[in-house]
Design a protein around this ligand. Sequence first.
Ligand SMILES: C[S@@+](CC[C@H](N)C(=O)[O-])C[C@H]1O[C@@H](n2cnc3c(N)ncnc32)[C@H](O)[C@@H]1O
Length: 268
Amino acid sequence: MTELIGLGLERHEARWLVEEFVPGADLDAVPALHLAAQRRLNGEPLQYIIGHWPFRSLDLDVDTRVLIPRPETEELVDYALQELARVGAVAPVILDLGCGSGAIGLSLVFELRERGIAATLVCVDKSLDALSVAKRNAIKHQLHAVSFVESSWFNNVDHSLRGHIDLIVSNPPYVGEVEFETLDAVLRHEPLGALVAPSAQGVEGFSDLEEIIAEAPEWLTSTGVLICEHGNMHREVALQNAYDAGFSDVFDYDDLAGHPRILVARRS
Ligand SMILES: C[S@@+](CC[C@H](N)C(=O)[O-])C[C@H]1O[C@@H](n2cnc3c(N)ncnc32)[C@H](O)[C@@H]1O
C-alpha cells in the first residue's frame, strides 16, 4: 500500500485497490493491482476500476455505461421512503426515470422489502446499456418485481400505468452544457448523456427536468408524489414548474452539503 501512496494515490484509494485486487494478500494478484493503480493514476474513477460501489444498503455493479451513484442521491431515497410512509402505500408502484445503475429504484424496493412492503418497480432509461447494468443489479440483489423499459422519459411507458403510479423518482441529467466545461475532468469518464441537459426556460441544464415535471401528474395516483434531484440553480424554476403542472404541495430541500438539490412534489 505504501508503494501505491508513493506513486501518488490517496491513502483511501490505495486501501480500496489493495482490498479489491489482492484479496487475502494473494501475491499472484499483484500485477492486477499495479494495473488498477495505473488506471487510477491516469484519472479513471476508482468506482469503474473496482467495478462496484456501495449505495445505501446495496453493492451496485458500475461501469462506464452508467453514472457513478452519488451520496446526495442517497438522500433522495430517504425522502421517497418518508413520502411512501406518509401516504401509507401498502404495495406501491414506483417509476424510476433515468435509472442508470438502478441505484434509486432498486434501493427503494430493497428497503421497502425489509419493512415488509412489496413494491413494484419500473426502471426506465433511454440507454440500453444502462438498462442492462440495472438488470444485472436487480438480479444480484434478488429483486424480482422489477421491469425495464427503454424509453425517453414517459414515451414508451405502458399506458395502463397512467394514473396508477404512487411514486416517480428521478435523477435526470441536469448539468448545463457551459457548466460541464468548467467541471472536473474526471466527469469525462462518465456517460455524457447521464450528466448534461440542454437549457430550457432560459435556465441551463433544465430541459429534462422540465419534461419530467410537466408530464408526471397524469401518471401519478391522486396521492402520488414526484421526487427529483436537480442542479444548484434549479430550485426556483423547479418549484414554479411543479405548481404550474398542478402539484398542490411542493417542497425543495438542500443536500447535506447545503446545496439546493431535491424537489418533492405531492399531488395532494
Ligand atoms: C444522472 S444519471 C442518473 C442515474 C441513476 N438514477 C443515479 O441516480 O445514479 C441520468 C440517467 O438518465 C438517463 N437519461 C438521459 N436522458 C434520458 C431520457 N431522455 N429518457 C430516459 N433516460 C434518460 C441516462 O442514460 C442516465 O442513466
